[in-house]
Design a protein around this ligand. Structure first.
Ligand code: ASP
Length: 399
């Protein structure tokens, strides 16, 4: 009997949890499998993103079609991120997880790595050296550069020239390698989850349990009531079928904490959904993994308000409005790698003069919340592909 990939990933998750709970001291044996899986994903990520964006753009009819596609994509991403922040703010104002906490009484962990990081600046998004951007996997920089190359090739109408064929072929090669890496997904996910379950210290969660619950509840509402309803509106099939086809991507996001490392898996899962246009996926997913983070935006807003409550600082409606804006921007600026949201959190706190030390309150639980917000981030990108595919007619493409 042949078990399909989705069932294998599902089994991988359960076996991973079981191993992590009952064979705590043995899970180290699985460490290399998880590590190999993550490394393979990172290996493929940069060439895949560059090739898929360039070939996606070359296949468009003209620059106007690109502008329309870009406008629709960014508008959709900002719209869903704004909804997620508003859900977060609503919940944190109702549940008030921070009021019972006296911030000054809690031990203050070491914040040097966060404080030492440079404040976020939009100018940093433009790379000044393409080779450094490649080595550092600076995704926003690489996307900008790829869009630039794509636009030049499109405006030169060079679809049939060898340089365009080169990028289209690289894209095909990367997709094939991705299919091979995906065969390792069930084992990789099992190994990563086993290690995660075995090594996390859950007792640290007790004092900030209510805060964690607020974030997870908000993410669940955004996942099921907002994004899944959007799927229900736009999909030809049941939303659950859509979620099922995404299971390997969601499990990879959950176990790697990185939406960017998950790009190959997300793209590969979406290729199985018949309704979607592959050319749209190639553009919308890499862009989304880098700038569209609904889960991170929600978390930034809840965390900022939680810190304000714990320090007994009252924020006016206007200040909460500023949090909506900065949380969206901070999620755009966050890098799609583990804990990126925690670092850009500093920008949100500074925007309304909240103490940056407050980050210390939420450090202990960050790893776990990162898993849930990364799943939401990746799902948001997938839903974006569905909606944009639906809103983009065949006329926009050349063949
Ligand atoms: N880990 C998240 C992601 O990759 C970003 C974050 O919120 O830290 O999507």
């Amino acid at each position: 009997m042949k078990i399909n990939l989705h069932t294998q990933v599902f089994l991988g998750i359960f076996i991973g949890i079981f191993l992590g709970l009952f064979f705590k001291n043995w899970v180290i044996v699985f460490h290399p499998i998880g590590e190999i899986f993550i490394r393979l994903l990172r290996l493929i990520m940069v060439p895949l993103v560059i090739a898929s964006i360039i070939s996606g753009i070359i296949n468009l009819k003209n620059i106007t079609a690109l502008k329309i596609l870009g406008f629709k994509t960014i508008s959709f991403y900002i719209f869903t991120s704004a909804i997620s922040v508003i859900i977060g703010l609503f919940l944190v104002n109702v549940i008030k997880p921070g009021v019972s906490i006296v911030a000054h009484d809690l031990p203050q962990p070491d914040l040097s790595s966060i404080k030492g990081s440079r404040p976020f600046s939009f100018i940093d998004l433009i790379p000044d050296n393409i080779f450094r951007a490649l080595v550092d996997a600076n995704m926003i920089g690489l996307i900008l550069f790829s869009v630039l190359i794509g636009v030049v090739l499109l405006s030169l109408e060079s679809k049939n020239k060898s340089i365009s064929k080169f990028f289209i072929s690289i894209n095909d090669v990367m997709m094939l390698i991705t299919q091979w890496i995906m065969k390792l997904a069930p084992l990789g996910v099992m190994a990563l989850i086993a290690e995660l379950v075995a090594t996390n210290n859950y007792t640290v969660l007790a004092p900030i349990f209510l805060y964690g619950t607020t974030v997870i509840l908000g993410l669940a509402i955004h996942f099921f009531l907002v994004l899944t309803v959007i799927v229900w509106i736009f999909s030809n099939e049941s939303p659950f079928k859509f979620i099922k086809s995404l299971l390997p991507a969601l499990a990879t996001a959950f176990s790697t904490d990185s939406s960017v490392a998950t790009i190959p898996v997300t793209v590969s899962c979406l290729h199985q959904v018949k309704q979607l246009k592959k050319k749209v996926i190639g553009f919308v997913v890499p862009l989304g993994a880098t700038v569209n983070m609904d889960g991170t935006a929600l978390y930034e807003a809840v965390a900022a308000l939680f810190i304000a409550q714990a320090y007994d600082i009252h924020l006016t409606l206007f200040q909460q409005g500023i949090i909506v804006l900065t949380a969206i921007l901070a999620s755009v600026g966050a890098a799609g790698i583990p804990s990126a949201g925690l670092v850009t959190m500093v920008a949100v706190l500074s925007s309304v003069q909240l103490p940056i030390e407050g980050v210390g309150l939420i450090l202990a639980i960050d790893r776990i919340l990162d898993m849930f917000r990364t799943v939401t981030n990746v799902y948001g990108d997938a839903v974006g592909s569905l909606v944009i595919s639906d809103l983009t007619d065949h006329e926009s493409f050349d063949d």
